[in-house]
Design a binder for this molecule. Structure first.
Ligand SMILES: [Zn+2]
Length: 273
C-alpha cells in the first residue's frame, strides 16, 4: 500500500510533535500564506478552510507556491489542489472558498468557529480587522502575517484568546513608533494600501522567510498544552528584516521580537481575559 508521507504517521515528525491530524486551520488570503498551508500539511494537518477571491496571475509566480499550471485558477482552489498534489490523494477536509471573507461572511464565520487556528495573510486592513473581530468573538488563536513594501521585511503577530489582539497591536505605542520611523524613510507601512501585486515586488525568497516564521508560530499555537520538542518563540509580535530596514533593522535576516500586552482601548469588547 502506498504510504502518505505528509498525512500518515511519520516517525521523524512524530518525534518532534504529536499528530495534528485532528486540527483544523482556516487561512484567509492565499498569497504567501499558500506556503504556510503547505508547511502545515507537511506537519500532519489535512483539515483546511481556504479563502481567497483572486485568481493566480503569471506575475504572482515569482513568489507563489503554486506554479504556472495554476495560472488563471482561483488562489484558494489552486492551493487546495497543490496540497492534494503533495499529499498524493484527495483531501476531503480541505475546503476552498473562492470568495473574500466579506462575500463569504456566513461561511467564514462558521469556518472560524470550527477551526483551532486562523491564519490571516490578506492584504487589506478591513479584512484583517474583520478576521480579528471573529477570532476574538469565538475565542480562537490566530496568526497575522504581512510583508512590508518592496519585500524588505515584514511582521508576524500571534493572538491568544484573552490577550493582546490585532486591534490592540494596531493601537500600541511600540508599533506606532515603529511605523513612524518606517514611514519617515519613505516606505509605506505595509502592503495593505495597494492590491496591486506589482507594487510590492518582493520575491519568493523574501516572502518565504516570513511565511516560515508564521508557520513556526502557527505550530507553537497549535501545540500549546501538548508535549512537543519545539522551543517556543516567546513573543507575540515579530518584525523580520529580509534585506535590511534602514534605521530600524539594518542587518538583513535580523529580527525584533516583542511581547505586546492588551491595549486599554482594545476595539474588541469581547476580548476578555
Ligand atoms: Zn484587543
Amino acid at each position: 500500500m502506498k504510504t502518505d508521507p505528509y498525512t500518515s504517521s511519520n516517525p521523524r515528525r512524530d518525534a518532534i510533535h504529536p499528530p495534528l491530524s485532528d486540527k483544523t486551520v482556516a487561512i484567509v488570503g492565499l498569497g504567501g500564506a499558500a506556503d504556510i498551508a503547505l508547511d502545515l500539511l507537511k506537519s500532519g494537518m489535512t483539515r483546511f478552510r481556504l479563502f481567497d477571491p483572486d485568481a493566480l496571475e503569471s506575475g504572482n509566480l515569482v513568489r507563489h507556491a503554486c506554479g504556472s499550471r495554476y495560472v488563471g485558477k482561483n488562489k484558494a482552489i489552486a492551493t487546495k489542489l497543490l496540497l492534494e498534489e503533495y499529499a498524493g490523494r484527495k483531501l476531503p477536509d480541505a475546503v476552498a472558498v473562492p470568495k473574500s471573507v466579506f462575500d463569504a461572511e456566513a461561511d467564514f464565520a462558521a469556518s472560524v468557529r470550527m477551526s483551532d487556528l486562523v491564519v490571516v495573510g490578506t492584504d487589506t486592513d478591513s479584512s484583517r480587522a474583520y478576521a480579528n473581530d471573529l477570532v476574538v468573538e469565538f475565542g480562537k488563536k490566530a496568526v497575522f502575517v504581512s510583508m512590508f513594501e518592496n519585500g524588505c521585511g515584514g511582521e508576524i503577530f500571534a493572538y491568544r484568546p484573552g490577550n493582546c489582539c490585532y486591534g490592540c497591536l494596531m493601537r500600541h505605542q511600540e508599533r506606532s513608533e515603529f511605523l513612524i520611523r518606517f514611514e519617515a524613510r519613505g516606505a509605506k507601512s505595509d502592503c495593505s494600501s495597494s492590491r496591486d501585486v506589482r507594487g510590492m515586488p518582493g520575491l519568493g525568497t523574501d516572502q518565504r522567510f516570513l511565511s516560515a516564521i508564521a508557520s513556526r508560530i502557527s505550530l507553537d499555537l497549535l501545540l500549546e498544552g501538548s508535549r512537543h520538542s519545539l522551543p517556543p518563540i516567546g513573543a507575540n509580535w515579530v518584525v523580520f528584516s529580509v534585506s535590511g530596514i534602514s534605521e530600524i533593522l539594518e542587518h538583513p535576516l535580523s529580527s525584533l521580537r516583542f511581547e505586546i500586552s492588551k491595549h486599554p482601548d482594545c476595539p474588541c469588547a469581547k476580548n476578555v481575559s
